[in-house]
Design a protein around this ligand. Structure first.
Ligand SMILES: NC(=O)c1ccc[n+]([C@@H]2O[C@H](COP(=O)([O-])OP(=O)(O)OC[C@H]3O[C@@H](n4cnc5c(N)ncnc54)[C@H](O)[C@@H]3O)[C@@H](O)[C@H]2O)c1
Length: 246
């Protein structure tokens, strides 16, 4: 993947950061889109200190104007995007559906689904110009199975799976591959948003009885980002310690 240009959203920390480190080690030029300016600066500095060509663009992926501004800068500097990893996601407040406000549903929808649509909407035409690209969306096991007290999260992650399948089919005759991964529990700051009860529920359901490592998610994303991922598109790659039954 030498010299390929990779955008990773939400890479200031957590899984996105692990993916940025891995794709950087694979030889990519790494571009971080995140709205955490301090974390984003630090993450790109860390990558640069490891000899990786890295850039941080302060971007709120729920905001169309912010995405378009950053994408204009990317187009100006690189004229191409080879890899897009849509990693931003939030859990929302842990509540039963009937106790969840419409505003909270909208907040999670904007972060988890609309942002993926927006990024794909802008980046796909750039990839089509070279007839090459790899798009990887980070969904969740919650999107397949549905977690209680997480209806906005589970439903928007299910929609990310649907979007991946649609776009994968739309682009199947081109050189662009679109896939998603569905991790189970990965220990990151995201989990601070869920209660101990929900966390125990999720780990208990994992046959391996352990959480997934960030590096394990980064490893599968690395392969999905490569030319070797040639005959898979619109597919859902499980990384759930055996929890997924389909
Ligand atoms: N951690 C888990 O157990 C787990 C399991 C399955 C799926 N996932 C998915 O993996 C992805 C990453 O999760 P994580 O645990 O690393 O999360 P995290 O909360 O640790 O990190 C999320 C990153 O996204 C950034 N971000 C959030 N909203 C943004 C916005 N609107 N614009 C730009 N940046 C924004 C944050 O600043 C942060 O850097 C998410 O999509 C999540 O749903 C996580």
């Amino acid at each position: 993947m030498n010299q390929q240009v990779a955008i990773i959203t939400g890479a200031a920390r957590g899984i996105g950061n692990g993916i940025a480190q891995r794709l950087g080690a694979d030889g990519c030029k790494v571009i971080i889109f995140d709205f955490d300016s301090k974390g984003g600066d630090k993450a790109s500095e860390d990558l640069i200190n490891q000899g990786i060509e890295a850039y941080f663009f302060d971007t709120d992926v729920t905001n169309e104007k912010s995405v378009l501004n950053s994408m204009n800068l990317v187009k100006e500097k690189f004229q191409q995007v080879d890899i897009l990893v849509n990693n931003v996601g939030i859990t929302g407040s842990p509540n039963n559906l009937w106790e969840t406000s419409v505003q909270e549903m909208d907040r999670v929808y904007f972060a988890n689904l609309r942002s993926v649509f927006l990024m794909c909407n802008v980046v796909t035409p750039i990839m089509l110009q070279k007839n090459y690209g790899r798009i990887i969306n980070i969904a969740s096991i919650a999107g397949k199975e549905g977690n209680p007290k997480m209806s906005p999260y589970s439903s928007t992650k299910a929609a990310v799976i649907g979007l991946t399948k649609s776009l994968g089919k739309e682009l199947a005759e081109t050189g662009i591959r679109v896939n998603c991964v569905t991790p189970a529990v990965v220990k990151t700051k995201l989990l601070e948003q869920v209660t101990e009860e929900v966390l125990d529920y999720m780990v208990e359901k994992i046959p391996m009885k352990r959480t997934v490592e960030i590096s394990e998610v980064a490893s599968i994303v690395s392969w999905l980002s490569s030319k070797e991922c040639s005959a898979s598109t619109g597919a859902v790659f499980d990384i759930s310690g055996g929890r997924a039954t389909y």
